[in-house]
Design a protein around this ligand. Structure first.
Ligand code: MN
Ligand code: MN
Length: 461
């Protein structure tokens, strides 16, 4: 009878029961590289800089429209320093389509407002406007660091990073002491900390004169000494406060990784590593690191932008192929994280369908909300194709759904790829505490996601 059960029933196994010593070692090496990448990629701009650096070391060159493209050639297009497209040219023509993997490198954070600096009661602050879906109460009383650029009137760009190095100062948003918080504590978690209350403490020493705003003047003088900027320059700045936690191993067994921005740099890294490892593919492989996913994939650097189509059309033009032919024959893994089942909060999940830590790359047929609203809902054929491929290639994977029906929902870049007439499915790493300042993933799932993307790139279906 047990034989019949194992033959007929779908049963999931913990990933560690499915791999040998060799893969255990491989996933540790992989995790080390990923942790180093994440630690130094605190914004989309930094992730792109790091990715370009890694790509150039491996022979990728900037793509120039009209250039000759031989099979095996590696090219990239940097989209305004905030998004990146990489391709390894395949042996087969682009009319047969490409294999695309798309992740995003933006993450929830606190952007500084354009008119950001103020002094109140002899303390100086930056006002912020949060970016992406955050639980505001999580962003107070944690160390923050400052990253970004200031575009000066003369066309130059001042790059600012304060707080990443151990000896640099950090910043913080204060919260009420419990002794005086009885009114605050009666509020809901959504209301206890407000958007306009997310003001970052940046200084307290007064400038030595008897004018007004002496602390602000002292802080502005420091910034002027360091970067040559004035308060007006903030109007054309993109500065953001991100958690100042270092990426680290979590758990006595060191099986997990804690850090800021796993969503979705964990999949971005998997794609990068995979496209670096693919040699002379049959079909052209494309790796997308998109921006603005957390706010709906809008804008010139988001996945709704024509930047992707322009890049693909330029590649196609070299081979005299129509873009629409290429896209309709392409396949896309929308590589994005999903929620991992959390035993502390089982009430929001339907255990059979939510992804689990250490069960491998999570394929999400549909995201969306309510009656699958706002999802591209990958076809059975697409899932079937990956089942076959991953069985052949030893990729440990699981099915994923975003919590209980009617509990909430979400989206990724998948629908914007599918709307382009590309067969697309979400696939990525399960995350605990997603969108928190400090998220947790499993090394095993990170490694399997890399293997899953690589298998798709290498397949010659
Ligand atoms: Mn994401
Ligand atoms: Mn997200």
């Amino acid at each position: 009878m047990d034989d019949l059960r194992s033959k007929l029933f779908y049963e999931q196994k913990n990933g560690y029961d499915l791999i040998g010593t060799e893969e255990r070692l491989a996933l540790e090496d992989y995790a080390k590289d990923y942790m180093a990448f994440l630690n130094n990629s605190r914004t989309e701009r930094e992730a792109v800089i790091k990715a370009v650096e890694m790509a150039e070391e491996r022979g990728f060159i900037p793509f120039v429209p009209g250039m000759d493209l031989e099979p095996g050639m590696k090219v990239y297009k940097n989209n305004r320093g905030k998004a990146l497209l990489l391709a390894v040219i395949g042996k087969r023509p682009l009319s047969e389509g490409g294999v695309i993997a798309g992740a995003h490198v933006d993450a929830p954070r606190l952007d500084l407002k354009q008119v950001t600096m103020y002094e109140s009661d002899e303390l100086c602050y930056f006002k912020t406007h949060y970016y992406g879906g955050i639980k505001k109460y999580q962003w107070v009383t944690i160390p923050l660091e400052l990253h970004g650029v200031v575009a000066l009137k003369n066309g130059e760009l001042a790059e600012i990073t304060i707080g990443r190095e151990p000896d640099e100062p950090r910043f913080v948003i204060t919260d009420l002491l419990p002794h005086l918080a009885q009114d605050q504590m009666k509020k809901t978690m959504a209301e206890g900390i407000t958007g306009e209350g997310l003001n970052i403490l940046i200084g307290s020493t007064p400038y030595a004169d008897d004018g007004k705003d002496r602390v602000k003047l002292a802080v502005m003088s420091l910034l002027n000494d360091m970067y040559g900027i004035t308060e007006e320059d903030f109007l054309s700045a993109e500065l953001t406060a991100v958690p100042a936690f270092d990426v680290c191993e979590i758990g006595l067994d060191r099986s997990l990784i804690g850090g800021y921005g796993h969503d979705d740099r964990v999949c971005a890294f998997a794609e990068l590593k995979a496209i670096f490892d693919v040699e002379a593919p049959e079909k052209t492989c494309v790796c997308i690191l998109a921006d603005k996913e957390e706010i709906g994939s809008e804008g010139v650097t988001g996945m709704q932008s024509a930047a992707f189509d322009t890049f693909m059309e330029d590649l196609c033009a070299v081979q005299g192929v129509e873009l629409r032919r290429c896209l309709e024959n392409s396949f896309c893994l929308s590589a994005d994280v999903t929620n991992a089942f959390d035993p502390i909060y089982p009430e929001v999940s339907e255990k059979r369908s939510d992804s689990k830590i250490n069960y491998g790359m999570a394929l999400c047929k549909f995201t969306g909300a309510r009656g699958k609203s706002g999802t591209s809902d990958a076809s059975a054929e697409v899932v079937g194709y990956l089942r076959g491929l991953y069985a052949r290639e030893g990729v440990v994977w699981q099915m994923a759904e975003l919590g209980k029906v009617d509990q909430g929902g979400g989206g990724t870049i998948a629908k914007f790829m599918a709307n382009r007439n590309i067969d697309t499915i979400d696939a990525g790493v399960p995350v605990l505490s997603m969108h928190a300042p400090f998220e947790v993933v499993a090394k095993f799932d990170c490694y399997m996601t890399y293997k899953g993307v690589l298998a798709a790139y290498r397949d010659n279906k």
